[in-house]
Ligand binder design. Structure first.
Ligand SMILES: *[C@@H]1O[C@H](CO)[C@@H](O)[C@H](O)[C@H]1NC(C)=O
Ligand SMILES: *[C@@H]1O[C@H](CO)[C@@H](O)[C@H](O)[C@H]1NC(C)=O
Length: 785
């Protein structure tokens, strides 16, 4: 009987495929006439948690154990199908994991800019909009049977070291930017509805990864599978964990992934303090914790953290892991129970957490076509609107690094009419897949830089370097010849996945092979202006080009996605006024000699010649600082409104017990209030800034607000300055726009002490906005004193 139904279904599917439509995905569970239709776990009127418990209570141990892994088995007797948990959607639906398969009615998906470039936009609404577009395409592919609903994105690790091969996947080096990115992208992907927090239904389930202090893949003989990241509580609190906290507590992500590395001697996937304590306890994760793929096997086999496989199962389940990417828990959990190393209750807790997320996704509500988002299909993928958003995002990615000012005007933008023939040179001139970076899918289509430029002017193409490596014999002479004869030259150079990638950290910050030689030779020969366009995730030491007066303009475009070539041309020819800013510090090459990649310390240590990391702690020379980015117009700031004084109230019994001396400096005690003792609710400082466009072109500008704590607090290791708010605004030429921001006092004005305890120093705080500095004197209201 069942076989007959299946045969009929297959026939219907085949007919639908022939008719050019898509076979609807069968119900994952709780099909209307399935074996469990009347059981409590299928009853949509019951609370989710009760349904999940009911389902788990009906499973045998053997069945449950097969649900602890990404490739989860079905439970046919209860009408539940198998499920592949591992799908990816870092900047577009990606087939990096086995959950997504392109083909049939879904040949590709919109490829948005790689995250490091999207971060350069400093535009939180863009991040959320991209997430929403991706979630439409992902849900459409799920409906068509070609993707899961659980996406292991975004990657919100801090881009700590410029060599990191996966830095491209992240929103950069700054915790505040990464935090805001995490929450915005997760909101866009998940689009919760129909309830609050853990009761909300989800369009997709996102995942904040890789928790925590993971930002080394392979360097100097150390790889991520064997690395013990030695991290201070201070760096953990004010750097590495900041984006994860926002991802969970503000973005309400349904999942967190623990990493391969150890932190202070404990594999993150076996760290109960982290998983149960911090992620679930302090941040309130309502969802599941998943291992990075084969993490459990890695800490058993590579790190020898436990003696037996069963001890590894116990270590990770006890710590709070719910799902193993990899087969380890399916293989060894039953013997771990037999050896009394874990209990059935441990397994039940994990499965209940994963099943609850599936229920929030509607997977236990029967026919997917009858559900919200059930209408999404192939027509919702690669739509004109999504592709237009990919182009708009790519434009916002572009950072103008240099624009030489001649006698009359800056060289960029180029006037299309003035340049009849443009030489387009460099290994990325015809970039396609290189533009989408890693954790990408199959793009709908590409516009290469050459094609983009070709829409504005006649082009002559000479690669100069046949690939990014640019080794040995290269057609540099032909490129030089083309530049000599053209009215202007655009060189598209940079890095690709052969230089920076997962498992591959860089060893140098310079351009690979003979690229610099090509650029300099072309610049020397060129008759007209020379523009250098760089594609890369990590920063590049381009001092030679910066200092070369013949190279008039330099742009960085990250890995700009499928429409990258169009966006680059739109900026070069002035169709779009660039507003991107660097989300990482661009260090000079010799920085690397002072900083072993394995040293996790953020703070400088002058006594040991250690310069520190990122703009928050590194004060040495840069090629370009964090936040650098020029425009074709000029902006000025003026402060419209911000308080000069502020009082923090103490909460509960701390109000009377306040003694004052906390952040102690031997010569000058600085009083500070523990954040945990302060009344934080709604305690924000309004900061209103007027941005005036004093140039002659419309443009977008990001107001960056930095905070510096009272002087003496610096001795406790507070950052020199820390971004606490940013907002992007569009300002027409000659007009003013007011930007209204609010700074959360407990978050923004606090500093982490050496023990990782956040305190708000009492005294004079500084807010720095462009050329302005504003002081806020912070006091404490001591009730009962
Ligand atoms: C205390 O603060 C003063 C003034 O800011 C500074 O010069 C001194 O180095 C600090 N002392 C310690 C022990 O950190
Ligand atoms: C931010 O991005 C959105 C989406 O592309 C765009 O509509 C908006 O204008 C951008 N904001 C600014 C100030 O550029």
């Amino acid at each position: 009987m069942r076989r007959l139904v299946l045969a009929v279904l297959l026939a219907v599917a085949a007919a639908a495929a022939l008719a050019g439509t898509v076979a609807a995905r069968p119900a994952f569970a709780c099909a209307p006439r399935g074996p469990a239709a009347s059981l409590p776990f299928c009853r949509q009127s019951l609370p989710l948690r009760a349904r999940a418990r009911d389902f788990v209570s009906r499973l045998t141990r053997a069945e449950k154990v097969r649900l602890l892994v990404n490739n989860a088995a079905g439970v046919p007797r209860l009408g539940v199908a198998g499920y592949e948990w591992w799908s990816e959607a870092l900047h577009g639906v990606s087939d990096t994991g086995p959950g997504v398969r392109f083909g049939g009615a879904f040949p590709g998906a919109t490829a948005f800019p790689q995250v490091i470039g999207a971060a350069a936009s400093f535009n939180a609404s863009l991040w959320e909009l991209v997430g929403r577009a991706v979630s439409d395409e992902a849900r459409a592919m799920y409906n068509g049977g070609r993707a899961g609903l659980t996406f292991w994105s975004p990657n919100v690790n801090i881009f700590r070291d410029p060599r990191w091969g996966r830095g491209q996947e992240t929103p950069g080096e700054d915790p505040a930017v990464a935090a805001r990115y995490a929450a915005a992208y997760v909101r866009g992907l998940q689009q919760p509805y129909g309830g609050r927090h853990g009761r909300a239904r989800l369009k997709l389930a996102a995942c904040c990864k890789h928790f925590t202090a993971y930002d080394l893949d392979s360097w100097g003989g150390t790889d991520r599978f064997h690395f013990n990241a030695v991290v201070s509580p201070q760096d953990l609190e004010d750097t590495f964990n900041v984006p994860f906290r926002a991802c969970v507590a503000e973005g309400r992500a349904a999942s967190v992934m623990c990493s391969y590395n150890q932190v202070n001697g404990v594999p993150t996937c076996a760290d109960e303090g982290f998983l149960r304590g911090t992620i679930r306890g302090k941040w309130g994760l309502e969802g599941y914790i998943v291992s990075d793929c084969d993490s459990v096997d890695v800490f058993y086999r590579d790190q020898h953290y436990t003696r037996t496989t069963e001890d590894a199962v116990a270590a990770t389940l006890r710590a709070g892991l719910d799902l193993d990417c990899g087969p380890f828990l399916a293989q060894y959990t039953e013997s771990a129970v037999a050896q009394r190393k874990v209990s059935d209750a441990d397994i039940d807790a994990a499965v209940t957490n994963t099943v609850t997320v599936q229920m929030r996704l509607g997977m236990f509500d029967g026919d997917p076509a009858a559900q919200p988002f059930g209408h999404l299909g192939p027509r919702d993928v690669c739509t004109p609107a999504h592709q237009e958003l990919a182009l708009e995002a790519a434009r916002q990615t572009v950072v103008l690094l240099k624009n030489h000012r001649g006698k009359h005007r800056a060289v960029l933008p180029l006037a299309p009419a003035a340049h009849r023939a443009i030489a387009v040179v460099g290994p990325h001139a015809e970039a396609t897949v290189a533009m989408i970076g890693n954790y990408a899918g199959k793009a709908c289509r590409y516009t290469t830089p050459l094609q983009g430029i070709g829409r504005y002017a006649q082009t002559v193409h000479q690669a100069g370097c046949t690939d990014v490596a640019c080794q040995g014999n290269q057609p540099i002479a032909a490129a030089v010849d083309a530049a000599r004869r053209a009215d202007a030259t655009i060189v598209v150079a940079g890095l690709d996945q052969k230089v920076e990638a997962e498992g591959l950290d860089r060893t140098s910050l310079l351009l690979p092979g003979r690229q610099a030689e090509l650029i300099s030779a072309v610049a020397k020969a060129s008759k007209g202006p020379v523009i250098l366009v760089l594609l890369s995730g990590g920063p590049i030491d381009i001092a030679f080009a910066q200092n070369d007066r013949r190279i008039a303009g330099i742009l960085w475009a990250g890995y700009p996605g499928q429409a990258g070539g169009q966006a680059i041309a739109d900026v070069i020819f002035g169709q779009h006024n660039p507003g991107g800013k660097l989300p990482v510090t661009w260090y000079p090459q010799d920085y690397l000699h002072k900083v072993p990649m394995t040293n996790m310390e953020m703070r400088a240590n002058p006594a040991r010649g250690y310069p520190g990391r990122t703009y928050r702690f590194y004060t040495g020379p840069t090629i370009h600082p964090f936040g650098h980015g020029l425009s074709y117009t000029q902006f000025t700031h003026s402060l419209a409104h911000a308080p000069a004084q502020l009082t923090v109230q103490l909460s509960g019994h701390h109000a009377s017990a306040f003694s004052g001396a906390s952040l102690v400096n031997a010569t000058r005690p600085v009083r500070a209030v523990r954040v945990a003792h302060a009344r934080c609710d709604g305690l924000t400082i309004p900061v209103h800034v007027d941005v005036r466009n004093v140039g002659d072109r419309d443009g977008a500008h990001t107001v960056l607000v930095y905070h510096a704590a009272p002087q003496a607090a610096g001795t406790a290791g507070a950052p020199a300055r820390q971004l606490v708010a940013f907002e992007k605004v569009h300002v027409p030429a000659g007009s003013v726009a007011r930007v209204e921001m609010g700074i959360d006092v407990c978050d923004g004005l606090s500093v982490a002490d050496r023990n990782g305890v956040r305190r708000i120093p009492v005294g004079e705080h500084s807010l720095m906005i462009g050329e302005l500095t504003h002081s806020v004197t912070l006091g404490v209201e001591q009730l009962g004193v």
